[in-house]
Write a protein that binds this ligand. Sequence first.
Ligand code: PMP
Length: 385
Amino acid sequence: TPILATTSSSAAPSVADGGESPVIINLDHGDPTMYENFWKQKGEETTVVTSSWQHISYFSDIKNVCWFLEPGLMSAIKRLHKVVGNAVTEGRHIVVGTGSSQLYQAALYALSPHNASGPMNVVSAAPFYSSYPLMTDYLKSGLHKWAGDANVFNKQEPYIELVTSPNNPDGFTRQDVVKGDKGILVHDLAYYWPQYTPILSPADYDIMLFTVSKSTGHAGSRIGWALVKDREIAKKMTTFIEINTIGVSKDSQNRAAKILQAISDSCDHANQTDAETFFDYSYKLMAQRWKEIREAVNKTELFSLPNFPLETCSFSGRTFGQLPAFAWLKCEGEVDDCESFLRRHKILTRGGKHFGASMNYVRISMLSRENEFKLLTQRLPAITC
Ligand code: PMP
């Protein structure tokens, strides 16, 4: 099962070839290249220059629980959450990770009892992010095991529930669903940013995961962070990363810090300059793409998309429904394997079964470069059978 690898061996990155056969549109993974043009026009302002003598030591701040967290990144994270109002950082420890993927594993390590008779159950409500089962089980850990859809979990045993809000793949806002009292919650808030969803209040959970991959689009820098209430859990997560990779690239951390600070600066000065802020740009682009994909899908009876309630965003003041990073497309009618059906039309997507859901559904990335997205909105309505 792929995380980033595509589901088809013919899945080369797509480019318009202008030839007779339609090009492959590869929207299987959520590579956030759609923000590239915004960052191109920023130029110097967000460029980081590093000399060969810099960032040599393993250590960043030995007084901090997370001793490899660069102080500049810590303040940039706190400031951005304050500016956006999407998470409480007061009284929290920040743990930096090589993407939030590493922090997911660090959280499982920290939350699973090390002296238990069996591995800890890990659940998330279907449709869940397809990497959770893979990341939970690939080392066949004695500490934790994937226990599937949280909606049907009814064992009288301890569990960790992943709450992804807005959710990957379907974009809905979520709360925990398991009714038991033996659970520990981890909130994956990768998409709780104002280009994807109205911000309603600062998230205030025990363990919250964020990432630059989906907030700013810098997936290649591999920087994520956890906001952790409990000091002992933050320490254990730090220990996991210490054993796993002895810290997190300082070059990446400083690059991320520079970008987060530039976003906060532009939001703070939004009324004084004509320059568009990152969240204005990304919101408008997402809104435009959702308008276009809905128009494309409405032209045919073959597909449908979820609808979202309108809410007012406390950050932007705009009233809108979710603009998810993925389109959770349903094949209506006779087709029961939507992924294979679309692959026949040279559109590569990720089928529902990877998310613990029906094969009638596929997940389509909304975060590609413009040319690929345009091809999608042209090709979808042209499909007849
Ligand atoms: N959580 C969710 C819900 C995601 O969609 C992703 C990225 N696809 C991640 C975590 C991992 O992000 P990162 O690039 O920071 O490892």
